[in-house]
Design a protein around this ligand. Structure first.
Ligand code: NAP
Length: 248
């Protein structure tokens, strides 16, 4: 087996929402495999850039706020990107009978609309360049299940799985793989409210065969694999990284 099968040396990646949580872990994992990583966030990704450069990797900070879902329209043109990780996402919890239009639109805009149009801008550039590349979208367990009190999030994450499969079909002839990772319950800001509620925390833990919440680094390695030559014939997959939750 060639020693560089998992290497990302010479590849340039954009990771959205790279200031914290899963996005930070993915940025660090790609950089550890040799990629140059542009860490995009609506807030500075100083901490992530510092972690990567302190470890000898290459990283830069970029402002990208999906309050405008088309914010990435001009990011890729002539910039030499090979890899795109659509990680930025939000969750708004409320009983469905009370769910507001404002919460619905906010979640769909960031998780679904911005994700698609960022893929579109990246795909246009790579197809014109003709060099191929890889997209990894961050989906969720809720791409497969209904969740509780998160109707817009569930709808958006089902859409992420669908967009991933649709683009994989269209762009395979251009050498662009499009895959998604469906994390289970991971220790980040997104799940803080659940972990702070002892009843919910225990109910969740009882359903995870691995017996623990996931760590952001559990997702980072999977993303690095999907960006590597080792995964060059993997496309249209939505990979569960959930400690066995969906298998139970
Ligand atoms: P997180 O710590 O809340 O990270 C979410 C990231 O998205 C942050 O960087 C956040 O920036 C960014 N973001 C939110 N709104 C944005 C906007 N308008 N423009 C640009 N960036 C924006 O939670 P996380 O768990 O790491 O979430 C990362 C991804 O994993 C999300 O897509 C989430 O749905 C998915 N996921 C998480 C879990 C889990 O258990 N944690 C499970 C399944 C899927 P700020 O820090 O500025 O808010």
């Amino acid at each position: 087996m060639p020693h560089d099968l998992f290497s990302l040396t010479g590849r340039k990646a954009l990771v959205t929402g790279a200031n914290t949580g899963i996005g930070q872990a993915i940025a660090c994992a790609l950089a550890a495999q040799g990629a140059e990583v542009i860490c995009a966030g609506r807030r500075p990704c100083t901490d992530t850039v510092q972690k990567i450069t302190a470890a000898g990797g290459q990283a830069e900070d970029m402002r990208l706020d999906f309050a405008d879902p088309m914010a990435a329209r001009d990011v890729f043109s002539g910039a030499g990107f090979d890899l795109l990780i659509n990680n930025a996402g939000i969750i708004r919890r409320e009983d469905s009978v009370n769910y507001s239009e404002a919460d619905w639109d906010a979640v769909i805009d960031v998780n679904q609309k911005a994700l698609f149009f960022t893929c579109q801008a990246f795909g246009r550039e790579l197809i014109a360049r003709g060099t191929g590349g890889a997209i990894v979208n961050i989906a969720s367990l809720l791409s497969f299940q209904g969740g509780i009190r998160v109707p817009a999030y569930t709808a958006s994450k089902h859409a992420v799985a669908g967009i991933t499969k649709s683009l994989a079909n269209e762009w395979a002839p251009h050498g662009i793989t499009v895959n998604a990772i469906a994390p289970g319950y991971i220790v980040t800001n997104n799940t803080e409210a659940l972990r702070n509620d002892p009843a919910r925390n225990n109910a969740i833990l009882a359903r995870i065969p691995a017996g623990r919440w996931g760590e952001p680094s559990d997702i980072g390695g999977t993303a690095a694999y999907l960006c590597s030559k080792a995964a060059r014939y993997v496309t249209g997959a939505v990979i569960n990284v959930d400690g066995g939750w969906l298998a139970r």
